[in-house]
Ligand binder design. Structure first.
Ligand code: SF4
Ligand code: SF4
Length: 125
């Protein structure tokens, strides 16, 4: 059993690790304005998918003895700037926007990111 360590400073709540986990060990809980990601203390599988997919390098697997308890992190959801619906973790959007700004992408394209999928769809059709 390896120890799974998550950095609460690096994790942005994007859920990629949970989607990638073949064993469903990383749990997501959604409330209206918040989302949580719960990480198991360790993992008994010969696998590194969660570590490999994490865009912020927030996860590490080591050969240390795992803690007894899982770690649950909560993230505030952002509201769609058109309809006000909660649709994505704020930290994740900030991370994407920062990366896009580094590439010099125009502000209006970045503003599009602050819309929920339904509003994006209605604007583009
Ligand atoms: S190492 Fe693999 S099985 Fe274990 S928690 Fe990560 S993705 Fe899931
Ligand atoms: S993939 Fe990384 S940043 Fe995204 S929820 Fe998992 S640990 Fe956090």
């Amino acid at each position: 059993m390896r120890k799974l360590i998550v950095s609460s400073e690096k994790c942005i709540g994007c859920r990629a690790c949970s989607l990638a986990c073949p064993e469903d060990y990383i749990k997501i809980e959604e409330a209206e304005s918040e989302i949580s990601v719960e990480f198991p203390p360790g993992c008994d599988m010969q696998c590194t998918k969660c570590v490999d997919i994490c865009p912020t390098h927030a996860l590490t697997l080591t050969n240390d003895t795992p803690e007894k308890k899982s770690v649950k992190l909560w993230f505030e959801m952002a509201e769609c700037e058109a309809c006000g619906r909660f649709f994505a973790p704020k930290m994740m959007l900030k991370y994407i926007i920062r990366r896009l700004e580094d590439t010099g992408l125009a502000d209006e394209k970045i503003a599009w990111l602050m819309l929920c999928p339904t509003c994006r769809h209605s604007i583009s059709h």
